[in-house]
Design a protein around this ligand. Sequence first.
Ligand code: HEC
Ligand code: HEC
Ligand code: HEC
Ligand code: HEC
Length: 410
Amino acid sequence: MKRNTRTLLLVAGILAGGATGTGYSPGATAQSAKPKSGEGDDLRAVYATAADVAEGRRVTESCSRCHGPNGISTTKGVPNVAGQRPAYLYAKLRAYQAGTRGDHAMEGAVKFLSDEALVKVAAYYASLEPAQPLATDGAKAAPARPDPVAAGKAATAGCAGCHGEGGISKTPGMPSLVGLDPKYFAAAINAYRSGQRKHDIMKSLIAALSDADVKNIALYYALQKPARAQTPAPGDQAAGKTAAAACAGCHGDQGVSGNPANPSLAGQDAQYFASALRAYKDGSRKDETMKGLAAALNDRAIRDLAAYYAAQQPQPPKVEKPLTTAEWVQRCDRCHGVNGNSTDPRTPALAAQRVEYLVKGLRAYQTGARKDSVMAAMSTSLADADVEALAAYYARQRARAFVYVTVPYK
Ligand code: HEC
Ligand code: HEC
Ligand code: HEC
Ligand code: HEC
């Protein structure tokens, strides 16, 4: 019987600790024809026979000192391989042998094994009951990463009285914070901290905020729906518009800046705007660029510019809301299966894998030490806290063994 007259059937959901012995179905042995070489080579471990599995077991005599007698590791940094998906195991063993997965311990361990032996040992490990979550991984589990936007909102409780709900000022003299780029926002806070920007009230109000708080707050304001400050803006808007031609190069057309170093001015409170320009002028707010520009403006011109910018529509800065751990898990599960229980023989299961090994793997994809274009793309935007939270999440999941059975088409 030729391999391509068969299809792969997934017998799902044999729970670990369940009734099966090795987890290998006798059905698989009944159809033991080998695939023709060169054809579907990457699935050879999936089509292995019971005899192959038994031979694979012998190979593991040299593996168990690291991977444990049942493929369940008790050594830091060494992954569990029991119940891992067969085609994935085989592919990785070949990669270690070829030296393309960069791990000296594993390169040495597989150096002298034949390709047949790799197929068989992959099939053997895949047939074993997977590990179950370690109690310690559960206990030490990093909590799911809190929603940074919700955390930012909570931290702004003390700011709204002056800066308005959602950062839309209702008080003349108080700047709106909505529409500001998070980078400018953080720089402004740091300037108050260092005293480079002098304002005793702001300095004391932010004294207790951590860098993470500031990041969350800046993100929260950046994601609020922008609106103009609800404050009076007397002055000649048309004259202000003409004068603003000199400002647009940095602050953007209509006061919406494309560069985080230059704050957006659209919809800003007019009184704050005017006082900022006077502060640049008299040197009490230090900025060489703005000092020179403000020096040329008289009170009337400042008023008109303030009126013009206050009337412009603020826009949200270009920032994306970071995903929560739960939202990341949904994305990861698309390939790695429900709660990391992959149903694809080529994609590794993550459930109940050792937490520090998951962290190490994700970092290796991020740095390029492990080369995989899919995982490189998936992991680039993970923050350190995401990596830890995701590793902890998957390490805690119950692992399910899967049995792949080959059946004839008809
Ligand atoms: C000296 C300790 C050691 C020995 C012996 C050893 N391994 Fe490993 N193995 C490791 C370490 C460490 C890793 C993780 C390497 C990495 O990060 O890529 C690993 C990774 C693997 C992986 C990849 C798992 C995954 O989830 O990506 C497989 C498969 C594997 N080993 C199988 C074997 C087999 C089969 C043998 C015996 C022929 C063996 N190992 C012997 C230490 C060892
Ligand atoms: C008592 C009123 C008050 C409170 C409460 C307050 N601020 Fe301010 N904030 C001000 C004033 C006034 C300014 C303008 C100071 C200046 O001229 O530099 C300012 C300026 C700022 C700026 C700079 C805006 C810009 O366009 O450069 C940021 C950022 C800021 N505040 C953030 C916060 C945050 C975050 C909180 C809450 C933790 C907060 N403020 C609470 C009064 C307040
Ligand atoms: C060469 C670039 C550049 C030009 C041109 C420029 N600005 Fe600025 N402006 C900046 C930078 C950078 C800052 C932030 C400085 C700081 O950190 O205090 C700033 C800050 C400001 C602020 C304070 C905003 C806030 O939220 O605190 C106002 C108001 C302002 N500019 C008005 C103007 C006006 C009006 C003009 C035209 C007459 C102008 N700027 C032209 C670069 C520029
Ligand atoms: C588009 C499919 C896909 C998505 C989505 C995906 N992965 Fe992967 N992942 C893979 C494949 C394929 C591999 C095997 C790569 C290799 O050979 O190194 C892998 C490998 C891994 C490994 C290494 C496992 C081991 O045993 O060494 C970890 C850890 C991992 N992924 C975590 C994640 C996390 C966390 C996410 C979500 C942020 C994710 N993956 C999203 C396909 C995907």
